[in-house]
Design a protein around this ligand. Structure first.
Ligand code: PMP
Length: 428
């Protein structure tokens, strides 16, 4: 493939935008080469500025669960835009999407909309601290909850891709309130509670981790965290920015039948516009301003374009009884196909998958936490990534990311992808 125009655009971007990108992983730093610049997208396909077509397995890092330029969402945005794009005052639309979200997700009474997953997680933690009157939180190494200060401690995703899981600029004072645990290691969490009695406001967790590749929780792990939280007066925060409205209508809470105290959302809930949200039962949500003392606000929060897009997306998911089954079947088809290919070629690998979240690690040992995720062979991954890109298959440019499957993918696209993987794997 020819990437001439993308390369030129990247060079121009580098002059005026740090690293040429507005979010680090996009820069292809860990895989080398220059990023492709996207001109447009439709359904499961991306088209770059050089006219190349790709089957998209990033899908804007999750939101485009029904494919790009999904018509009901696009139409809703266009119609709303004609009536004004921001008011900074309440609209009926906000109540409509809030009511629908509350009806789809278990254990929540109220939801507040923000502009990103980062804001959702940051606000969820502030609310948990305010509610419990405690300061410390437990987070898991390799989990990513956005780029707010408390979370940039052994963070996954781009933070680890760029070798700064602990970012300069986060003060010691902030870092000391974030206690680190190992994903899937209950004893470790137990020890933290013992060492910090009555001090832990919340455990925040990706119920299925997606930022060190995909790592599902070990059997009973989420249930055990729930119990530990109950015993210790600690709130359990599920960061469902990736899993929400993707693994099931009600997200991971529904899938695993484990109740969270606060849930953070992003990605799918905005239908591709900048939206995040956090939600909980009344008792907790009523701690928020203007009802309660915990402050949180936003000029563009509940923005009408964003709410219109999110509402159409949630409606589409809510009204389609078979959507999550179809996603499961398509992703299982892909998983089985990749397994066959890599086994036939004797390439060491681990595939983790939960529903339509899947990742390939080039290491034969089980990947259950950050340490085991870091053992993947990055040189093999780089070749795999660039080989696939050249064949017209766009996966995330880092071994620490999850692939997101969209319902717009048809079996022909999956077969095209498997053929490409077969070809690329032969050269690994
Ligand atoms: N939480 C999780 C689990 C995420 O995957 C992400 C982003 N990938 C975030 C929070 C942050 O969301 P945003 O990028 O919208 O700020």
């Amino acid at each position: 493939m020819i990437y001439q125009r993308s390369s030129q655009l990247f060079a121009e971007a580098e002059k005026v935008i740090p690293g040429g990108v507005n979010s680090p992983v996009r820069a292809f730093k860990s895989v080398g080469g220059t990023p492709i610049f996207i001109k447009e997208a439709k359904g499961p396909y991306l088209y770059d500025e050089d006219g190349n077509r790709y089957i998209d397995y990033i899908n804007s890092w999750g939101p485009m669960i029904l494919g790009h330029a999904y018509e009901p969402v696009v139409n809703a945005i266009v119609e709303r835009a004609k009536k004004g794009t921001s008011f900074g005052a309440p609209t009926a639309l906000e109540t409509e999407i809030a009511a629908l979200a509350v009806s789809m997700v278990p254990n929540i009474d109220k939801i507040r909309f923000v502009n990103s997953g980062t804001e959702a997680c940051m606000s969820a933690v502030r609310l948990a601290r305010g509610f419990t009157n405690r300061e410390k939180i437990i987070k898991f190494a390799g989990c990513y909850h956005g780029h707010s200060d408390s979370f940039l401690i052994q963070a996954g995703s781009g933070a680890v891709t760029f070798g700064s899981p602990n970012s300069p600029g986060v003060t010691q004072g902030t870092a000391k309130d974030t206690l680190l645990a190992t994903y899937n290691d209950l004893q470790n969490v137990n020890d933290l509670f013992t060492a910090n009695p009555n001090e832990i406001a919340a455990i925040i967790i990706e119920p299925v981790a997606g930022n060190m590749g995909c790592i599902p929780p070990a059997e009973g792990f989420l249930e055990a965290l729930r119990e530990l939280c109950d015993v210790n007066g600690t709130l359990l925060i599920f960061d469902e920015v990736m899993t929400g409205f993707r693994l099931a209508k009600g997200g991971a809470q529904e899938l695993y039948n484990v109740k969270a105290d606060i849930v953070a959302f992003g990605k799918v809930i905005g239908g591709g516009l900048p939206v995040g949200a956090f939600a909980a039962r009344n008792e907790i949500m009523n701690y928020l301003a203007p009802v309660g003392p915990v402050y949180q606000a936003g000029t563009l929060s509940g923005n009408p374009l964003a709410m219109a897009a999110g509402l159409e997306m949630l409606k589409a998911l809510n009204n389609d009884a078979a959507i999550f089954e179809r996603l499961e079947e398509k992703t299982a088809y892909l998983e089985n196909g990749i397994r066959k290919i890599l086994e036939a070629k004797n390439i060491g690998y681990t595939i983790n998958r939960m529903g339509s979240m899947i990742s390939v690690h080039f290491d034969a040992n089980p990947v259950t936490d950050f340490k085991s995720a870091a053992k993947g062979d990055n040189e093999t991954f780089k070749k795999f990534f660039h080989g696939l890109l050249n064949e017209g298959v766009y996966i995330a440019p880092s071994a620490y990311e999850t692939w997101f499957i969209t319902d717009a993918l048809m079996y022909d696209d999956l077969d095209f992808t498997l053929n490409a993987i077969d070809k690329v794997a032969s050269a690994l």
